[in-house]
Write a protein that binds this ligand. Sequence first.
Ligand SMILES: C[S@@+](CC[C@H](N)C(=O)[O-])C[C@H]1O[C@@H](n2cnc3c(N)ncnc32)[C@H](O)[C@@H]1O
Length: 326
Amino acid sequence: MLLVVSSPFILLTPNSQQAQYQLIDFGRGRKLERFDGRLLDRPCPAADGIPQATPKSWYKATHRVVDKRWETNEVEFSSDAEGAATQKVIGEIVDTASPKLAVSRTWCFRWNDLSLSLKTSPFGHVGVFPEQVENWEWLSKLGKKRIRKGSEDAPPTALNLFAYTGGSTLALASAGFAVTHVDASKPSVQWARSNAESSLLSHLPIRWIIDDVRDFVQREARRKNRYDVIVLDPPAFGHGASGKRWELDRDLGSLISDCCSLLADRPIAMLLTGHSPVLSMDYGPLEKPIFKSVSSHFASVDSKRASLIDLKGRELDCGYIFRWFN
Ligand SMILES: C[S@@+](CC[C@H](N)C(=O)[O-])C[C@H]1O[C@@H](n2cnc3c(N)ncnc32)[C@H](O)[C@@H]1O
């Protein structure tokens, strides 16, 4: 077993992909980010320390989460029935001193050929976790490596659990995997499907499943279905399709063990990511029985913290990443 110890890595540097995403600043439990022209000020429990940007920079936010709800001073331009230009402020003006920003109606996050739509959603989310870009890159390379070998007639298979709006699903599908996308939330699965359409990938072999991941994985085990790659991005707390509560601390062990029974004889990889502080990032967790059972299927494991870098070069912790691979 090869244990690759990596230093935290930069996913989006201040100089890369500037137009579509930038972490501007963070501190006192909040982060300031630019997404496709919008400036977002939202809570971030990991944002320790003191913000470095001026208060004026923060006032310029076009979208802000206040008391768990989004407020925006974004201005939308459109035309009326006669074709005359009209202008309206969407939502509530949060700070009258802040300049209004004229932006296009559609809002999206682009990566390679993917085009993922963004919108203000519950819990201060927008439909993409930018720190996942590094994982999409890694998943798509796995696909290319496998396909170049040309050893399989059928495409390799991938299972994406807690799949949300489909970034990993689409990275895998565009890399040649037949993907099974599972999420308990119907709106999230619809959002992922529309992301497949906007990325011009809806013709690819993707099964869209609305289900509790635990129920689905157990059913797949009974059907003796097997996967070359399994991806899991579990939240700390959630709900299955029928309202069954998910608690990472309580449920991850049995889910991982059930996932092991779905791995192909010579699996390609398994990826586990998340924001929960429950899994501490010293290498202790790799010694836990649940991780040992995964490691027995793979030659190598890579464990690291995900992070984003702000304009001052400071690193914002974005959770854990475990990658097992052969
Ligand atoms: C937002 S994503 C990724 C969360 C991220 N790793 C974090 O820690 O915030 C979580 C996804 O898991 C889904 N989800 C939560 N509990 C689930 C369950 N029991 N079965 C299937 N999907 C679930 C949610 O609908 C959501 O789309």
